[in-house]
Design a binder for this molecule. Structure first.
Ligand SMILES: N[C@@H](CCC(=O)N[C@@H](CS)C(=O)NCC(=O)O)C(=O)O
Length: 198
């Protein structure tokens, strides 16, 4: 299976962490695929018309996206483990949605911050700053040792804050969350997928 991949995409990292946690990472062949909000990759478009990574191409040519759908596919392939079952599944998926929407907001926030100062919209920057703070104040540190898709996505979002928003100092006043993230970051799946620029 071929995974359109980048070492700095948090959504790709989510998929790779899930693959490691499920023990199926070695089944993925990663291919470096350069994309950006203003960077169209013509090689990717036939497989994903919206130019997004991660995109998974199965050996029989079928294509699976986006990151949640790929994680579900890997979870099924591995016989389950990171989504929960029955009623618990909705709780896991809801925590995933919260952390994933946070990531969506952070990507847009970063894009706005990267514009030349004259072109930045102050209202947009203020709104994203407020959302980031309110999300961080709202989220609870998960129980130690657990690694479902909600926990994985939260860990990726917090690591993305370290990667792109180190100036925000998200740990300040959030000791329990910081402690949880430090412990989660020692998991082999996290160590194997550290984000790098390049
Ligand atoms: N909802 C998608 C989001 C994926 C996404 O936004 N990926 C970014 C890289 S981090 C991307 O492909 N951007 C290229 C573009 O927006 O054209 C998912 O969960 O997979």
């Amino acid at each position: 299976m071929k995974l359109h991949w980048s070492p700095r995409s948090p959504f790709v990292r989510k998929v790779m962490i899930a693959a490691h946690e499920l023990g199926v990472a070695e089944k993925l062949t990663t291919t470096r695929t350069l994309v950006g909000m203003e960077l169209i990759n013509d090689g990717l478009l036939p497989e994903n018309p919206l130019n997004k990574i991660p995109t998974l191409v199965l050996d029989d040519g079928r294509v699976i996206y986006d990151s949640l759908t790929i994680c579900e596919f890997l979870n099924d392939m591995a016989g389950g483990g990171i989504f929960g079952t029955g009623a618990a599944r909705w709780e896991v998926l809801t925590r995933h949605s919260m952390a994933n929407s946070f990531l969506d907001a952070l990507i847009l926030f970063r894009h706005e911050r990267a514009r030349p100062a004259m072109q930045q919209a102050p209202g947009v920057l203020t709104a994203f700053t407020t959302k980031t703070t309110s999300m961080l104040n709202h989220v609870q540190a998960p129980p130690p040792g657990r690694a479902d898709i909600g926990d994985i996505t939260l860990a990726v979002a917090l690591a993305y804050l370290d990667f792109r928003f180190a100036d925000l100092g998200w740990r300040e006043g959030r000791g329990a969350l910081a402690e949880w993230h430090a412990a989660f970051s020692t998991r082999p799946s996290m160590i194997a997928t550290t984000a790098v620029d390049g």
